[in-house]
Design a binder for this molecule. Sequence first.
Ligand SMILES: CC(C)(COP(=O)(O)OP(=O)(O)OC[C@H]1O[C@@H](n2cnc3c(N)ncnc32)[C@H](O)[C@@H]1OP(=O)(O)O)[C@@H](O)C(=O)NCCC(=O)NCCS
Length: 418
Amino acid sequence: MEALKGVRVLDMTHVQAGPTCSQLLAWMGADVIKFEPPQGDATRGQLRDIPGADSLYFTMLNCNKRSIVVNMKTAEGKTVFVDLLKQSDIIMENFGPGVLDRLGFTWEKIHEINPRIVMGSIKGFGSTGPYADFKAYENVAQAMGGAMSTTGVPEGAPFVTGAQIGDSGTGLHLAIGLLGALHQRDRTGKGQYVEVAMMDGVMNLCRVKFRDHQRLTRGPMGEYSVPTEGLKATPRAGNDSGGGQLGNAIKCKPGGPNDYIYVVVQEAVWDALARRVGGEALATDQRFSTIGERRKNQSTMWQLLNDFAAGFTKREIMAILNELDVPCGPIMSTEDLADDEQVKLRDMYVELDHPQRGKWWNVGMPIKLSDSPAKIERSPLLGEHTDEVLREVLGYDGAKVDALKSSGAFSAPPKKKT
Ligand SMILES: CC(C)(COP(=O)(O)OP(=O)(O)OC[C@H]1O[C@@H](n2cnc3c(N)ncnc32)[C@H](O)[C@@H]1OP(=O)(O)O)[C@@H](O)C(=O)NCCC(=O)NCCS
C-alpha cells in the first residue's frame, strides 16, 4: 500500500514551489486534486516546446494528480470548493499575498468549515513582517535568502544557483511541515496552518553560510581560498568546499565547459592522493604535510592537481580517485545525467507518455520507500477529472453537475464587449 493512501489533498498550488510539494505527496500515494482556475495553471502555457501541448514546465511538476477546473469567482464555484474542503485532509496554496482571503477563505474560515484539515501555504516572505505583501519568484528568494550573495566569485557579480532552492526547496520544506501536521492531526483530530516562506527556506539551506558569518567575528577563515580578514559578511568563494575538508573543481581533458571534476582533499586520503599525483616527493612535501599547511598553500595544491588532471578525462580521473577512496564527482551535464547508468538504475529519469506530447521524460522520485515505491504517471490535462471528482468525491448527480456547469462554476466568464 502507498504510504499516503487515503490522504486527499486539495491542491490549489501553481507554478513551481507548491506543485513540487504536491507532486511528492502524490508520489507517496495521496489523492492530489489539482484545483485550477478556468485558464489553468499558468505554467501549462509557459515555455511551450510543442504548440498546443501542456509545457514540460507543467508536466514535470504535476504528475499523478487529478485536475478539476473551478471558477472561484462565482458563488457556485465557491460551493464546490467548500464541498471539496470538507472531503480533504490537506489544502495547499501558493498564491500571492491575500489572494485566498480576498476570495473569502481565510485560514480561520477554512478551519471552521473543516476543523480536521491541515492547510499549507507558501509565500515569498510569509504572512507577517515588513515584506509580507510582496510577491516572489525563485531568484527573488535566492537573492533575499542569502544564496546569491554567497554564490560566485568575490570579484564578480552575485550568481543564482541552477538548483531551484527557492521554489522546489520551499516545496520540500512544506511537504515536511504538512506531514508533521497531518501526524499530529491524526492524534488530536485538529488541523493546523503550516506556512513556509521562500526566503526562510533559502536561509535554512544557507545555514552553513551563517556559521561562517559568525566565525568571521573571531578572525579570518583558513579554509577559504579568498581573503576573509576584516569581512563583515560571508563572501562568495567560488568552488571552495564550504566544509571542514578542502575541495575544488579541477579541470580535465578535453577542456570543454563541463570537463571538470570536484575533488575533496579529505584529510584521511591526502597521503594516497599525494603519492598518486606527485609521488614520494609530494607526499613528504612540508608545504602540504598537515591540513593547516594545505589550507595555507591551497592554491599551489590545486595547481598541482589541475596539472595532473589535464591528462585525463573526468571519468578517468573519477576512476583513479575512486580507487584511492578520494571523495570526488565529475561535473555532470544534463546530457550526462540523462544517459547515466546510476540514474537509470535508480529510476531518476523516467520515460512517460502524454496524449498531447507523446513520449517525454521526468526526473523521478528521489525519496525511496522500501514498501511503497512511487509509480510515476503523467500529469493531467486541464479539467480532465472535473466530472470524475464531482461525482466520485462529492457524490454530485448528473442534474447537479449540469446545473453547476450552466451557472459558470467551471468556466471563465464571457469576455465583456467593449
Ligand atoms: C507566483 C506569484 C508571483 C504569481 O502571481 P500572480 O500570477 O499575480 O498570481 P496570484 O497568486 O497573485 O493571483 C492569482 C489570481 O488568480 C485567481 N484565482 C486563483 N485560483 C482561481 C480559481 N480557481 N478561480 C478563479 N480565480 C482564481 C486569484 O483569485 C487571483 O486573482 P486576484 O489577483 O484577482 O486576487 C504569486 O502567486 C506569489 O507570490 N506566490 C507566492 C510565492 C510563490 O509561491 N512563488 C513561487 C512561484 S514558483
